[in-house]
Write a protein that binds this ligand. Structure first.
Ligand code: ADP
Length: 674
């Protein structure tokens, strides 16, 4: 007997194959996952780099633009020429060029604007013809007398004295309760003469009279007449202050500023003044003059680099300063926040409408321009042009991290592709595993088959040999015994032939070489031939066969011999797989448009899980060589093959220990259908 292949070995081999397959699937999957993670990381870096490069170019563009804008702004300072009216210049720089103030030194370092100015105006001195009137007004407080004393000089030839006398008279009249007369008198003083170039003292006297008139009007209240006078006074004051025409006598900056502030105070009073533009300009100019005066006091002309912006404080105000030198003067220009913002317009113009926002910080990292509180961290930083030393521009992305968004889009594509490839690998791996398992199982079955075939062939051959040897040696008693021996040999022979027939059919079947000849065949005749074929076997195994063949069955289109083979196999199995008291029944009947052959036994039956597989090649419920019955697991696969070729159907009903019924349904050909 051939020793069976230990199950252990085949299982190990099976496992080895599966392990190999798992590696073949898992290794590429893991590599792919690793590769994907690297690609994703690289993608993030690549996108960041791409955007950084893109925006760095934009940043460069903004820097260049700012540089040219700013140098143009600095160039405006070169318009300053020696001998220019400082107020005309001041007005132009502040109102037209966004400067917040200016200090001008001449080539020798002497302050040109804002000049501090010496004490001007009227001083009490005994030589002044108004001295008596002052004595009465300020020392004795005798206002009526003082008014009369002033009145004596109101027509004086010297306009300084005449205007001062008129103003003094108006003052004293108001003090003595004669307000209307005071206003009348003061008006005369305020508009006594036009303001002449080159006489600051006269201008100051005149402007003082006008300021006095403003305060008298305020006391009197906003009647229509007073409002008309108020507007006239204010217009002439505003026209004189910071005049660009250059025909006004120049006042020292502090006195100019004093008058400007008084006018602004008066404008806050009850009188309506509808020239809002003039008012706004005056406010701006007064503020700039105040800063210019403060800057002239605290900042020196040569204390720093030229043409670079620096930040400083003047009192409470933060200002940006810039020193510049022309051929004839040294300048300190003060830049307001708006001035700096307009100098930095290059950034604004470049980044408006892009996904990036910018923020400009000064050397102390204080915010200057752009988005005050941007989102997240800056993705790139660059220095400002050299006029802004130590300043920097930071770029941010609006609405979250655009790197993330751009990278995520790409990553999603990679992830999906990777995912699909992995799924594909798994599917292919799964299919390969299944095919391989099948192949392995088939191999195992074939191995079993060879062992079984050898075993099956050996048994009849051995018994035939013993019988033949006995006959040859003449060890037989009589003719009857030799006849019996010969019959035994014939039986073994028959068994062998049937087995070999099965092998051959199977082999042809495997090679697709079986051709069935479908002719009119009688189901009764088929059943008869099958019964005859198994008769001897049934008799020697004490197997009882009951046969029921319905009458007048139609002929079927079938290969007679093939269907006989089907029935022989089924009857053979029914006898083989029944232990004791073997009862087998064969029924042939018509069911609808089919003829059925059913073989029922009272044998060992089949569990459900085996039923599914008994038609597979080489499949045996008990495949051990120690089993009692012969056979090599081919019979039912041949049966199924033949039935399928006839477009028929084979079904099994079976339960363990309760016997089985195999039923073959063969369709009646169309010509035979009733
Ligand atoms: P074998 O040569 O082993 O009989 P078959 O292909 O004819 O091969 O049958 C396949 C298997 O189906 C058998 O090994 C047996 O276990 C089972 N089988 C077939 N017919 C019956 C039956 N009538 N009762 C119980 N088991 C059966």
């Amino acid at each position: 007997m051939i020793p069976p292949v230990p199950a252990f070995f085949s299982r190990r081999k099976h496992l080895q194959w599966l392990a190999l397959l798992a590696i073949a699937v898992l290794l590429p999957t893991a590599s792919l996952l690793w590769f994907m993670s690297r690609v994703i990381a690289n993608e993030r870096l690549a996108v960041q780099e791409k955007l950084r490069v893109l925006y760095q170019d934009k940043l460069m563009e903004a820097t260049t633009r700012t540089e040219s804008l700013f140098s143009r702004q600095i160039a405006t300072l070169d318009h300053i020429k020696p001998g220019m009216n400082p107020y005309a210049l001041f007005r132009w720089l502040v109102l037209e060029n966004n400067f917040q103030g200016v200090v001008v030194w001449d080539a020798d370092g002497l302050l040109q604007y804002p000049g501090a100015g010496g004490p001007m105006g009227n001083t009490v001195s005994s030589g002044n013809p108004l001295a008596d009137a002052w004595q009465l007004e300020f020392a004795k407080r005798e206002y009526s007398e003082a008014a009369a004393a002033y009145g004596r000089f109101t027509a004086d030839n010297d306009p300084h004295i005449a205007i001062a006398a008129m103003a003094g008279k108006a003052r004293c009249l108001s003090r003595s309760g004669r307000l209307d007369e005071a206003i009348e008198e003061c008006q005369k003083a305020a508009f006594a003469v036009p303001i002449e170039k080159g006489d600051p003292a006269l201008r100051l006297t005149l402007e003082n009279a006008r300021l006095l008139l403003l305060s008298l009007l305020k006391q009197s209240g906003p009647s229509p007449a007073n409002t008309a006078i108020f507007r006239r006074v204010v217009n002439s004051l505003v026209g004189d202050l910071y005049s660009s025409s250059g025909d006004r006598a120049l006042l020292p900056a502090n006195q100019n500023l004093f008058i400007a502030q008084k006018v602004l105070d008066a404008l806050k009073g009850p009188f309506s003044f509808n020239d809002t533009k003039a008012k706004a300009q005056l406010e701006k100019l007064a503020a700039a003059e105040e800063l210019s005066i403060a800057a002239a006091e605290s900042l020196r002309p040569l204390a720093g680099q030229f043409d670079t912006v620096f930040k400083t404080r003047l009192g409470e105000t933060r200002v940006f300063g810039l020193r510049h030198q022309t051929s004839s003067a040294t300048l300190l220009a003060l830049l307001s926040d708006a001035g700096v913002a307009s100098a930095l317009a290059g950034y604004h113009d470049t980044f408006t409408g892009t996904e990036a926002s910018y923020r400009i910080l000064d050397p102390a990292d204080a915010f200057v321009a752009g988005t005050a509180e941007p989102h997240g961290k800056p993705f790139t930083v660059a220095p400002l042009p050299q006029s802004f030393p130590g300043w920097k521009a930071e770029l941010y992305f609006e609405g979250g991290d655009i790197f993330e968004k751009a990278a995520n889009r790409q990553i999603a594509v990679y992830t999906w592709t990777g995912f699909l490839v992995i799924v594909l690998i798994l599917i292919v791996g799964g299919l390969a595993t299944r095919a391989m398992s099948r192949q392995i199982r088939l191999n195992e079955m074939k191995n079993d088959f060879i062992a079984t075939v050898s075993h099956e062939l050996k048994t009849p051959l051995a018994s035939m040999r013993v019988l033949v040897d006995t006959l040859l040696e003449g060890n037989v008693k009589d003719q009857a015994q030799s006849g019996q021996y010969l019959q035994l040999i014939a039986k073994e022979n028959e068994r062998l032939s049937r087995m070999i027939d099965n092998f051959l059919t199977f082999s042809r079947m495997e090679r697709n070489k079986v051709a069935f000849t479908l002719l009119d065949a009688s189901p009764g005749a088929i059943a008869g031939d099958a019964i005859a074929a198994v008769q001897t076997k049934y008799a020697s195994n004490s197997c009882h066969l009951s046969v029921e063949i319905a009458e007048s069955l139609p002929v079927i289109q079938a290969d007679h011999d093939a269907i006989v083979t089907v029935l022989v196999n089924l009857l053979d199995n029914a006898c083989k797989y029944t232990a004791e008291n073997k009862q087998v029944s064969l029924k042939v009947f018509r069911d609808g448009d089919a003829v059925c052959f059913s073989v029922t036994d009272n044998g060992i039956g089949l569990a459900r899980r085996h039923i599914r597989r008994i038609f597979d090649r080489f499949y045996q419920v008990d495949s051990s060589l120690a089993r009692k019955v012969e056979g090599c697991g081919l019979g039912l696969s041949i049966v199924k093959f033949i039935v399928d070729a006839h477009k028929g159907k084979i079904t099994v009903e079976s339960k363990p220990d309760q016997g089985s019924t195999f039923m073959v349904r063969l369709p009646i050909g169309p010509a035979n259908g009733d």
